[in-house]
Design a protein around this ligand. Structure first.
Ligand SMILES: *Cc1c(COP(=O)(O)O)cnc(C)c1O
Length: 375
């Protein structure tokens, strides 16, 4: 048997700088939330030109953002069904109900027209998910939110570095949440952040990320502890550690390079797969979008199976982003009807490898294998 190289679907890219930065924190023997988190937040603040609060992961960022908006039991939040279960769990963690919505089939992002049909007097917010790095009709979603007085909490976990109409995603808008988990556009090991101009949201999120201890962030960043404090709200152990922040800072220095590599890979995939009669691509302009995943649609279940067989026998990992949430037991309810595009698109989805250590010749090879399944 010949040994084939495994081409990974996704992975972190960790250099010397990340390792040295972590060693520095370990040597200092202050591992929790302190000066390094403060520093990473300032650097991200410069990147976004807006205040940033770092937390333990992207799911925590979404949960805290919703909680800070006052969302809880009895409230409803509109969100596309085709997303990572984290979006749904963040909503239900507040006690609110996620209301699954259909997608726009060309971008796989929230269809606000479908969301509008699902509005009730309990609807408090909308969570657009920036699938694969594209934001879909984000301006229209904001217009729709304004019309109904809804908060907008953007699940921007896929969109770190993406630009929409000449503005950085997260640089404008109500609240945007990012993830820095191991395979996202940049990583801090685990991690995430909330970006907003709203001072009340910022203060609530800062307090809630560390057990609701008020003004604790300010104390810790000055290398002090709060021994006497007030707690007026439910909090969580959702803070970022200095170890995570050190990795994040080092990754942020490489971010521009990561963005260029991700874009070059997606452009090459597009070039090789565009025009194939049985394959449809997500329509992205990679001058503005930084792709987090590269997902295609393959017509015909049997064709999709054949492509998967070829990928597997060639040592190429693949993914399915994502199993629709309205099909999950925990999120099923009587209002879960009519997901025409979500259901039909899900049957066709296939995600091909995309990470910053993937070479362009890997991409050509993957495209050759995919196309060979139709010969
Ligand atoms: C990764 C991800 C999250 C959650 O981020 P974690 O850091 O893994 O908690 C949320 N939504 C989407 C769409 C994601 O891909």
């Amino acid at each position: 048997m010949t040994s084939t190289k495994i081409i990974r679907l996704s992975k972190s890219s960790i250099g010397e700088d990340e390792k040295l930065s972590v060693m520095h924190v370990l040597d200092h023997e202050y591992l929790g939330m302190g000066a390094d988190v403060d520093k990473f937040e300032s650097e991200l603040g410069i990147f976004f030109s807006r205040p940033v609060v770092c937390v333990a992961n992207g799911t925590a960022a979404l949960h805290l953002a919703l909680q800070a908006c006052g969302i809880g039991h009895g409230d409803e939040v509109l969100v596309q069904s085709l997303t990572y279960v984290a979006s749904f769990q963040a909503i239900s963690a507040t006690g609110a109900t996620p209301i699954a919505c259909d997608i726009n089939p060309s971008t796989l992002t929230l269809d606000w027209r479908d969301a509008e049909r699902r509005i009730t007097s309990n609807t408090k917010a909308v969570m657009p998910v920036h699938y694969s790095g594209g934001v879909g009709e984000l301006d229209e979603i904001y217009e729709f939110a304004r019309k109904y007085g809804l908060r907008v909490v953007e699940d921007a976990a896929h969109a770190f570095g993406s630009v929409y109409k000449d503005k950085l995603v997260g640089g404008v808008g109500d609240i945007a949440c990012f993830s820095f988990d191991g395979i996202k556009n940049i990583t801090s090991g685990e991690g995430g952040c909330i970006v907003t101009d709203d001072p009340l949201i910022l203060q609530r999120v800062k307090d809630a990320r560390l057990l609701g201890v008020e003004k604790d962030t300010e104390m810790r960043y000055a290398a002090k502890r709060s021994w006497e404090f007030e707690v007026s709200n439910q909090g969580w152990r959702y803070h970022m550690s200095n170890i995570m922040a050190a990795i994040g800072s080092a990754q942020l220095r490489r971010a521009e390079n990561f963005f260029q590599i991700r874009r070059a890979i997606a452009r090459l995939y597009d070039e090789h797969l565009r025009g194939h009669p049985l394959i449809s691509l997500i329509q992205h302009d990679y001058n503005s979008v930084v792709p987090h995943i590269y997902t295609i649609r393959i017509q015909g279940l049997r064709n999709r199976e054949k492509v998967i067989e070829r990928l597997e026998s060639s040592g190429i990992q693949y993914g399915r982003h994502y199993q629709p949430n309205h099909l999950l037991a925990y999120y099923s309810n009587s209002k879960n009807i009519d997901y025409f595009y979500t259901d039909s698109v899900y049957a066709e989805l296939l995600t091909l490898p995309l990470h910053t250590d993937l070479t362009l010749s890997d991409v050509r090879y993957i495209c050759k294998i995919v196309k060979s399944a139709f010969e």
